[in-house]
Design a protein around this ligand. Structure first.
Ligand SMILES: [Mn+2]
Length: 465
């Protein structure tokens, strides 16, 4: 049978920049300006390195309909390099970069195949004179497509590996190609749905057909934490042998939670103690270890299917990272609260500046974007006694939700409603609930921990308050 590899990417958003606060020219600011372009270059170099036969880009290659010269030139330059290696590039335009006539600033190289916008385009991928794969897709011609265009994706079932590219929110209604996973599964003869639009990687269906979002290649703000990347898929005939996520981010956004009631900090009393702790934590972040307090990718790396991972769990991935933009979220009840609660806005800025200065030489860089303080004073013995039942109930419920699968499932199905039909994700805020199509275990865990923390923070400090 014919064996080949391809790369599935989407939402590259060439022409956009990362949002970090306060960085001046040079250092972190430079990295943040270039990171989106760098991610695309990495993607192309990885295609060569892994001997991919072709690359799929399922929408939002560019951030805007009007191309910028740098972005368009980079695309054409990289595609020329890929052409020399015999690698084809298939592009479907998305809602950010809808297809118009005469919009390319540089002539595309012959290996670039762009889907039409008025009807589905079908491309055949050949190897040694034989068709080994087909790619079907359709471009956006305006910012919205409200029709189920995938229903006319018609490919023969003749033993050739068939791929469909679709830039969709995967919602029954809405502006971005109304569809559901089961709608897509009804389209015959498709082996792989190469989706785009949702910026968080997600494998919606594991097999026959695979339905997958590769996520953005480089997160651009705190709504897009975790490493961006693409999928490397290996195929034998019409069977997928392996699927692996390659990391293309060079800068990561991280919200790092610091609990002042933790063992390391419960004796701390001064801002200096806190800063010292944050400096040492920054050192761990730079090395790729963030300890149990940090949320996010360290424990989000569980395999989705053999050979697929979502986080930085291969040593090589760490080498890709040039820096981290960190939002420190300081929570909990402890003695440090006395110093923290006297802070004004200027003081927070001062701590931010101090951290930036003290971490200036750290590589990969750890840039303090902001500090969020959400602490309370320690509970007195009297308050602990008065709220004994509440505290016990709280700990028991939190523990049950984390360990009892039945309870967790029930909570997930109820909370999950928040994720459905949230409408147009282009218009909501950076929290981006929409970016999580389904409530996964990691998100559930962080919701339970946050809820527990909030309840603890709001217990009155003195009995009778
Ligand atoms: Mn996008």
């Amino acid at each position: 049978m014919d064996r080949f590899r391809f790369i599935h990417a989407a939402d590259i958003h060439l022409g956009s920049m990362l949002h970090i606060d306060g960085a001046e020219e040079g250092g972190p600011a430079d990295h943040c300006r270039k990171a989106v372009y760098k991610a695309f270059e990495k993607l192309c170099r990885k295609a060569v390195e892994h001997q991919a036969r072709f690359i799929l880009i399922s929408g939002d290659l560019y951030d805007r309909e009007s191309r910028n010269v740098y972005a368009n030139r980079l695309f054409v330059d990289m595609c020329r390099m890929l052409d020399e290696k015999g690698i084809d590039v298939y592009v479907a335009a998305g809602n950010h970069d809808p297809l118009r006539e005469n919009q390319e600033l540089f002539a595309p190289t012959p290996n670039v195949h762009i889907c039409r916008a008025d009807s589905p385009s079908v491309f055949e991928v050949e190897d040694k004179g034989r068709v080994i794969a087909r790619v079907i897709g359709q471009s956006y011609d305006t910012q919205w497509i409200r029709k189920p265009i995938y229903r006319s994706f018609d490919l023969p079932g003749d033993g050739v590996f068939n791929i469909a590219m679709l830039h969709t929110q995967l919602e029954a209604g809405g502006n971005y190609i109304p569809s559901t996973a089961s709608d897509l599964m009804k389209v015959p003869n498709i082996h792989y749905w190469a989706l785009g639009h949702i910026h968080r990687p997600e494998i919606i269906n594991e097999d026959k057909p695979v339905i997958a979002y590769p996520g953005t290649t480089q997160g651009r703000d705190f709504g897009e934490e975790g490493p961006g990347g693409c999928y490397l898929v290996e195929v034998d005939g019409t069977e997928i042998i392996s699927m692996k996520r390659l990391i293309t981010s060079s800068v990561l956004f991280r919200s790092v939670h610091i609990d002042i009631s933790s063992a390391e900090l419960n004796a701390a009393e001064t801002i200096d103690d806190l800063e010292t702790y944050m400096i040492s934590m920054a050192g761990s972040i730079a090395q790729g270890f963030d300890g149990p307090e940090a949320d996010g990718m360290a424990d989000s790396a569980g395999p989705l299917m053999p050979g697929v991972y979502t986080g930085l769990n291969e040593p090589d991935d760490l080498k890709e990272i040039e820096g981290y933009a960190v939002r420190w979220v300081i929570t909990g009840r402890g003695s440090l609260n006395r110093a923290l609660k006297s802070l004004g806005e200027g003081d927070e800025a001062d701590i931010t500046q101090s951290l930036r200065r003290r971490l200036d030489n750290l590589r990969p860089f750890v840039w303090t974007d902001s500090i969020v303080i959400r602490t309370g004073s320690p509970l007195t013995d009297q308050a602990l006694a008065e709220h004994k039942t509440l505290l016990e109930l709280l700990e028991r419920s939190a523990a049950e939700l984390l360990t009892d699968e039945g309870k967790a499932r029930q909570l997930k199905s109820e909370l999950g409603l928040v994720w459905q039909g949230s409408g147009d994700h282009e218009e909501t805020d950076e929290e981006r609930l929409y970016n999580r199509l389904f409530l996964d275990d990691e998100t559930l865990r962080s919701i339970i921990q946050d809820a527990r923390q909030l309840i603890l923070e709001n217990i009155p400090e003195k009995a009778g308050d």
